[in-house]
Design a protein around this ligand. Structure first.
Ligand code: BEZ
Length: 217
């Protein structure tokens, strides 16, 4: 499936390491961070799971729930047994406590519904993708990385900050923006209307480029 930003995130029911879940119901009013991994017991993925577990408070503060899918499970083990064995290794080697669910997807139905399998990279394994999903269950961000490159989770948190800010204020965030820095007033707001909407002040750099201090802090 060719999933795009703005599409509804495909719903699914699945067995996970934390019990059966219905995805949309499980998300509730939270933001979702759905990540795919090429395989269990692989080195880069092991560091990624540990990193996400250790960022638990940062995701929690942003009202975001993490969910992981890996279809490359250990031969001879049932998918959930493979995931649970792998989690033990992650906890041991990364000084972490994995506290988010890993999904069982034996027929790759979920992986296919999200387009997590890129046949020219691998016919059988999911690539390293991340989907941010809003409380409205719409896809807000899609990034796919090569198997050889671990994700930058500071960037994922940064995008969550931007999405949550821009969902509530008529601003956008500039290149390399970090939480707390000045924002861009979106073109739909006329320059005359800026003082009433953004009382902290503003700067007109060009008529199409107006900045203001971050409005929600
Ligand atoms: C890894 O997570 O380490 C990995 C997975 C698939 C291919 C290469 C590396």
């Amino acid at each position: 499936m060719d999933l795009k930003i703005g599409d509804e995130a495909p719903d699914f029911s699945a067995n996970t390491t934390l019990g059966k879940i219905n995805f949309h119901e499980w998300l509730g009013d939270c933001w979702g961070v759905l990540m795919s991994h090429p395989a269990d017991f692989t080195p880069v993925c092991t560091t990624e799971l540990g990193r996400v577990a250790n960022l638990k408070e940062d995701f929690h503060r942003r009202n975001a729930k993490v969910l992981v899918l890996s279809v490359g499970t250990k031969p001879g083990l049932a998918p959930l047994d493979s995931h649970n064995e792998w989690i033990k290794d992650v906890d041991e080697t990364q000084g972490a406590t994995v506290n988010f669910p890993l999904i069982e997807d034996p027929d790759k139905k979920i992986a296919n519904s999200y387009g997590m399998i890129h046949p020219n990279a691998s016919d059988t394994l999911t690539v390293r993708s991340v989907f941010l999903i809003g409380p409205d269950k719409k896809v807000k961000l899609i990034i796919s990385y090569p198997a050889s490159t671990g994700r930058n989770f500071v960037e994922i948190l940064r995008v969550l900050d931007s999405l949550q800010l821009t969902a509530n204020y008529q601003v956008a965030t500039p290149a390399d923006w970090q939480n707390g820095e000045d924002c861009i007033v979106i073109p739909a707001v006329s320059t005359e209307d800026i003082p009433a909407k953004f009382p902290k002040g503003h700067t007109v750099v060009k008529d199409y480029l107006r900045t203001t201090p971050q409005p929600n802090i």
